[in-house]
Ligand binder design. Structure first.
Ligand code: SF4
Length: 169
């Protein structure tokens, strides 16, 4: 199926197959991605295929509608992993890198849900214990996709686009 024809219904599916843990977490919590984050994110993804103008016409409205509200306009900067990892989210804030923020128990549960097998899961936990969060994320990517990711993960959007590329091969 052409990515440009991906409907909003499919976002759930794509979130499951291709979101890194940080985005998955935001998505699953009722907060979802904040509306503006979601718009910026999907615009970046869709525009490449359908063009910014068509995105604004055909998709932006339904994303807004889907979220059931108009968000406050805030500037959205897509942050790198490094920046996300080094920032300290406040209480009740779901942003942040789960590899750093989650308790080991919650992290194990989340990874299990992503389909990371026992062996790989221990490797991931090992990286986390050594505070190598991006390596933990990279190992997760490799486990989930059954392929190596030599470049490593350095941006949530990179995780996403690499995943799409692999799954569409
Ligand atoms: Fe997200 Fe980066 Fe953390 Fe992976 S390493 S969960 S992409 S912030």
């Amino acid at each position: 199926k052409d990515f440009a024809e991906m409907s909003l219904k499919d976002i759930d599916q794509v979130a499951k197959s291709s979101f890194p843990l940080c985005m998955r977490h935001l998505f699953e919590k009722g907060v979802g991605l904040k509306l503006d984050d979601a718009l910026a994110f999907w615009k970046a993804e869709f525009s490449r295929k359908v063009g910014a103008e068509r995105f604004d016409k055909e998709y932006a409205y339904s994303i807004r509608h889907n979220y059931g509200k108009e968000g406050k306009r805030t500037d959205y900067t897509p942050y790198s992993c490094q920046k996300i990892i080094s920032s300290t989210p406040g209480v009740g804030d779901h942003h942040g890198c789960p590899y750093r923020q989650f308790s080991e128990e919650n992290l194990r549960a989340a990874l299990g849900k992503m389909g990371v097998g026992n062996r790989a899961l221990e490797d991931v936990i090992d990286k986390v214990r050594n505070r190598h969060y991006q390596l933990a994320c990279t190992l997760t990517f490799e486990a989930v996709h059954g392929t190596s990711c030599d470049a490593g993960i350095n941006h949530p959007n990179q995780y996403f686009s690499d995943s799409k590329r692999i799954l569409e091969l």
